[in-house]
Write a protein that binds this ligand. Structure first.
Ligand SMILES: C=C(O[C@@H]1C=C(C(=O)O)C=C[C@H]1O)C(=O)O
Length: 373
């Protein structure tokens, strides 16, 4: 990064230590970190995105809208680019003294044991073979001990330096959580008159091959096609018929490759239209499954951890109606003395438990390789 890396790091650490709700993110292919800080603790929660028309801020929404976790908006009362931060930027924040909430007991999370994961995959494959559903995503939690809140900013900066094609983020909401990640998956983004969404699924290690040498097995092709057909169905329900579809093509995300179809929708869409698309797209079969309700029920029944905001969506929204929302993937929740990394993968009737496990390890490596470097 830039010459002012230390100043950016101090500024973000100050926000974190002083209980500010804030966000920092780098949109794909921009190489630019944008920061927004809310200067009070009066956070707004929402049920549907359309409630947030004409505001500037950042939304943070859970995987399961029926869970106890709410969807939040962080206002950007102070908005700046990382490149603008100087050694004297902290006084901007010193004017606001946010009340420290009374100390809650320190949260601790448990790692998903590998034996548990193997039992769960096997159970899910049985249901898939019985034809109860076509695809479901099983996730697990990996705990990094010896890392915690003091490492959050440095980990975020390293991810922003390593991954230019991802959506790299650090989000902190007091009493809700602090998350960092590098997501390869757009949920819905709209700028000027271009609206984009993607169908992303299928995973393999890139190793030392060129992207053009990557070949896909039937199982991955099918798995990704479930996501594409779901997106096309949702677009049709919204009467969106005028779009350009590209792919599926191989798309790199760190040390792994996915299959990706991109949908470019022509014509400007209003914020309420975009909101209702988001409402219906999320969660896609890339992180939930197909049919959606059956998959959601199976995930609720089988997974023993709470996904919270993993596989939810997040990103900036602007008062001019622009949104850039991504799926909360390749991410972790940062606790005082732990980081909890969430990883999952699509399971179909053809899945082999060992390969699925390996896939989650590969996905975890995309973060671990960078933050442990
Ligand atoms: C569920 C995750 O990733 C999703 C699942 C994929 C798969 O099943 O192959 C690939 C990309 C993502 O859409 C994750 O990273 O945790």
């Amino acid at each position: 990064m830039v010459e002012n890396r230390n100043d950016v790091s101090s500024f973000l650490s100050y926000c974190l230590q002083n209980n500010f709700p804030f966000f920092a993110y780098q949109l794909p292919e921009t190489g630019r970190i944008q920061i927004g800080v809310q200067t009070d603790l009066d956070l707004k929660d929402y049920q549907v995105l359309s409630e947030l028309d004409a505001v500037n801020g950042f939304v943070f929404s859970p995987f399961d809208s029926e869970s106890r976790h709410k969807s939040w908006l962080i206002r950007s009362d102070i908005s700046l680019q990382a490149s603008e931060i100087k050694s004297n930027s902290i006084p901007l924040l010193e004017a606001y003294q946010l009340k420290k909430e009374e100390e809650l007991p320190k949260e601790v999370m448990l790692e998903s044991a590998s034996t548990l994961y193997f039992n769960q995959v096997t159970e899910m494959i049985k249901d898939l073979k019985n034809g109860k559903l076509n695809k479901v995503i099983l996730s697990r939690v990996q705990i990094l001990e010896g890392m915690g809140l003091n490492d959050a900013v440095e980990s975020f900066l390293k991810l922003s330096e390593a991954y230019h094609s991802a959506f790299v983020f650090l989000v902190a909401i007091p009493n809700v959580g602090t998350w960092i990640g590098a997501s390869p998956e757009t949920l819905l983004s709209s700028k000027n008159s271009e609206v984009e969404t993607v169908a992303l699924a299928g995973t393999q290690k890139l190793s030392d091959r060129l992207m053009s040498q990557v070949k896909w097995e039937d199982k991955d092709v099918k798995e990704q096609a479930f996501v594409s057909s779901y997106i096309e169905e949702v677009l049709a329900q919204h009467n969106v018929r005028d779009y350009k579809r590209t792919g599926p093509v191989s798309s790199q995300a760190g040390n792994v490759v996915h299959l990706k179809t991109t949908y470019l929708l022509s014509g400007k869409m209003s914020f309420p239209q975009l909101s209702s698309l988001v409402q219906d797209l999320h969660p896609t079969p890339a992180v939930c499954g197909l049919p959606k309700i059956k998959a959601l029920e199976l995930i609720r029944e089988v997974e023993q951890h709470d996904r919270e905001y993993y596989a939810g969506y997040l990103g900036p929204i602007e008062s001019n109606g622009s949104i850039s929302l991504f799926v909360n993937l390749r991410s972790m929740k940062v606790l005082e003395n732990q980081m909890a990394l969430f990883v999952g993968g699509g399971i179909t009737a053809d899945s082999l438990p060992d390969k699925e496990w390996e896939e989650t390890c590969l996905k975890a490596q995309t973060l671990l390789n960078v933050i442990r470097s």
